[in-house]
Design a protein. Structure first.
Length: 125
C-alpha cells in the first residue's frame, strides 16, 4: 500500500471505502462497472443487493432488487416472480443480461429477468 493509499484510507468516509471495496470486488469477478455500461448492451455485473421490492398481491408478480457495485446501481427485475430464494439485501450476486434504460423518472437502468449466480460473502478484514 502506497503512502497515498494510506492517506486516502485515513481521510475517506466509510461510504467511500465501501464503494472502493465493491469496485475492487467487481474487478476481481471480471465484470464491468455499472458506471461504464450503456443501454441496449449485454452486460455482466457483480455487486451487493441493497434492497428488494416485492409487488403487491393485486398486481402482476414482479421482484425488483437494487444491485450496487461501488460505481453505481442497477435494478434487477424478475417478471412473473414474487420471491426468489437467496435474493436478499446484503447478498452478493453476479448477473448477466441486457441493460435497459427505464421510463423517465426511474432512478436506475434495469436488467429484466437476468441470469444470476449467488456469490460467497466477502471476508471481513
Amino acid at each position: 500500500m502506497t503512502w497515498r493509499d494510506r492517506l486516502r484510507s485515513v481521510l475517506a468516509s466509510q461510504s467511500e471505502l465501501d464503494a472502493g471495496a465493491e469496485q475492487h470486488e467487481a474487478e476481481r469477478q471480471g465484470t464491468v462497472p455499472v458506471a461504464r455500461c450503456s443501454a441496449r448492451q449485454r452486460v455482466a455485473l457483480s455487486g451487493v443487493v441493497r434492497s428488494v421490492t416485492y409487488s403487491p398481491s393485486g398486481q402482476a408478480p414482479e421482484l425488483v432488487a437494487e444491485l450496487y457495485d461501488g460505481s453505481g446501481s442497477v435494478d434487477l427485475v424478475w417478471l412473473g416472480r414474487r420471491d426468489i430464494t437467496g435474493i436478499d439485501p446484503g447478498r452478493r450476486l453476479k448477473v448477466e443480461g441486457m441493460l435497459c434504460r427505464t421510463a423517465p423518472g426511474q432512478p436506475r437502468p434495469a436488467i429484466y429477468n437476468p441470469s444470476y449466480r449467488i456469490l460467497p460473502q466477502r471476508a471481513v478484514s
